[in-house]
Design a protein around this ligand. Structure first.
Ligand code: UP5
Ligand code: MG
Length: 213
């Protein structure tokens, strides 16, 4: 009787803990595109760390605006205290419990900061990792820039820096999670709907159900 009550309590508590999926991949691999599709079909809240930083940069009176702009333009990574606090606030504001965290954690500082502040407050389900060649990613970002994205980092100079950061700082984080068996690799070089077919397999394998309506 007692153990049954304990199990129920533990399952109840677990249900209260927000679940997160980290979404990683090179600049332009299609993280944002796929997160929109996942969010619609599986009801996860999509939080792009990059979008939150860009919003903070625009916020009148932000003490971080200039620093964020400089980091983004140079393809460098903003200190985790800033990013983690934006993510945490957005999670709380949503009132939801399932999150896609797009483009984070992307270096050791991010990983340590998240672990320090958030790992006890969340359950990491898995890490989606979009694989896409540098040439294709560069082409996509330049195409987006030419189409008027307005992003100050959609240019060749910033892209070279973003890629160096990705290879030197983000890949070790992917490898860290790979050693824990948490990475779900997805070929991101095909059309978005084809990529999404593989994404769905990763979600289905984790027992996550599509929304019915
Ligand atoms: N596209 C997408 N999928 C396609 C497909 N399958 N086939 C053909 N085209 C496809 O897509 C990019 C473009 O490709 C779009 O035009 C799309 O239509 C097309 P998108 O879905 O936007 O790709 P994504 O991977 O999201 O690319 P993004 O440029 O957003 O990736 P980044 O990781 O570089 O950008 P992010 O916004 O995450 O970060 C920007 C900067 O913010 C970082 O460089 C860093 O300076 C800073 N940052 C931090 O400091 N800390 C953080 O935690 C996060 C960011
Ligand atoms: Mg993005």
């Amino acid at each position: 009787m007692f153990s049954c009550a304990l199990r129920y309590l533990s399952s109840y508590i677990n249900k209260m803990v927000p679940e997160v999926v980290f979404v990683l991949g090179a600049p332009g691999a299609g993280k944002g595109t796929q997160c929109s599709l996942i969010s619609k079909e599986y009801g996860f809240v999509h939080l792009s760390a990059g979008d939150l930083l860009r919003e903070e940069r625009q916020r009148p009176g932000s003490e971080y605006g200039e620093m964020i702009e400089q980091k983004i333009r140079n393809g460098e990574i903003v200190p985790v205290e800033v990013t983690c606090s934006l993510l945490h606030k957005a999670m709380q504001k949503s009132g939801q419990k399932r999150f896609l965290i797009d483009g984070f954690p992307r270096n050791k500082d991010n990983l340590e900061g998240w672990t320090r502040v958030m790992s006890d407050k969340t359950t990491l389900l898995f890490v989606l990792f979009f694989e896409c060649s540098r040439d294709l990613c560069t082409e996509r970002c330049l195409g987006r820039g030419a189409a008027g994205s307005g992003r100050s980092d959609d240019n060749l100079d910033s892209l070279q820096k973003r890629f160096n950061t990705y290879l030197n700082d983000t890949m070790p984080i992917v490898e860290h999670y790979e050693q824990q068996g948490l990475v779900r690799k997805i070929n991101a070089e095909v059309a978005p709907e084809k990529v999404f077919e593989d994404v769905k397999k990763a979600f289905d394998a984790c027992g996550l159900n599509q929304l019915t309506n």
